[in-house]
Structures are given as C-alpha cells and as structure tokens.
Design a protein around this ligand. Structure first.
Ligand code: HEC
Length: 136
C-alpha cells in the first residue's frame, strides 16, 4: 500500500516534470535515429519534392495551394500537432487534422526520419539535430 502510493507519487512527479518542459526543449531532444547529415537532408528533400510540395510549397512556406490550409513547415512555433522530432514524425506517418494525408504506408520509417531532417533543415537553426559524429 505504502509502496503503491510512493510509486504513484513518483509517477505524477515524472508527469509534472514532463509537462514543465517547454516545447522548444522537447523539440531539441535528439530523438531522430537517422543521423543528420548532408546526405540524409538531400534524401529527405527528394521525398519532400515528390510528395509534399503540392500542398506545402517547394520552399515549405505553403503558399502554393489555395485548396489546402497547409501550415508553413518553416514555422514550428505555429504548428498545431507538436514540434518535437517524434511529433513531426507522427504528423507525417499518420497525417494531421482532416487534410494532411498519412504517408506511413508509402514511406518506411527511415524515409520519414529523413523527411524530419529535411523539414528541420528549412526551419529554425536551433531545432536542428547535431550532425552525426564520425563512425556513427
Ligand atoms: C494534400 C495536401 C498535403 C500534402 C500532400 C501534405 N500535407 Fe502536410 N499538411 C497539410 C495540411 C492541410 C495540414 C494541416 C492539418 C491540420 O492541422 O488540420 C498539414 C500539416 C502538416 C504537418 C503538421 C503541422 C502542424 O500544424 O503540426 C506536418 C509536419 C506536415 N504537414 C508535413 C508534411 C510532409 C512532410 C508532407 C510530405 C510527406 C506533407 N505534409 C504532405 C496538407 C498536406
């Protein structure tokens, strides 16, 4: 009984700590398992130009298509579905809102993580992952 409440206390403290973190701090966590490099960004860009520019615009600013209210991918602070790497991944894999289609079936996880790197590369510098260290 006593142990149970200690556990509950520790658990709520963890939840509280997670809630206290600013979105920007969460976004900076190195969650992307694919290393950030010129190559991964280039691969992500290829996929982006093939599948995403139709709605989000060639430069990510989303002024291209009046039929979709796509957000600018250069402004994570305005996103509605989260701006951490993991949330960005989920938006691409599962889609977002009513109009952003899911790409999980079409793209494997690695391709989506490359896209995450590409989207970071056109967004604010401070949210980019550090380049992978040599040998990784
Ligand atoms: C058919 C048009 C369309 C295509 C194609 C499309 N998107 Fe979107 N996307 C949208 C719309 C519209 C939203 C806003 C959804 C909402 O919040 O209601 C969105 C939202 C997003 C978000 C979430 C932003 C937020 O507010 O949290 C991300 C990330 C994103 N798109 C990335 C991509 C990527 C990467 C691709 C290519 C793999 C892509 N989108 C392809 C229309 C599209």
């Amino acid at each position: 009984m006593f142990r149970g409440s200690l556990f509950a206390l520790a658990f709520s403290a963890t939840l509280w700590a997670a809630a206290e973190r600013k979105p920007q701090e969460q976004a900076r966590e190195p969650q992307n398992p694919v290393g950030y490099s010129a190559d991964t960004v280039r691969e992500g860009r290829k996929t982006y130009l093939r599948l995403c520019q139709y709605c989000h615009g060639a430069d990510g600013r989303a002024l291209a298509n009046p039929d979709f209210e796509a957000p600018s991918l250069r402004a994570p602070s305005e996103w509605r579905h989260g701006s951490s790497d993991a949330e960005l991944f989920v938006s691409i894999r599962d889609g977002a809102g009513h109009e952003m289609p899911p790409f999980g079936r079409q793209l494997g996880d690695d391709k989506i993580w490359q896209l995450v790197h590409y989207v970071r590369s056109i967004g604010p510098k401070e949210l980019r992952a550090a380049p992978a260290k040599q040998g990784q």
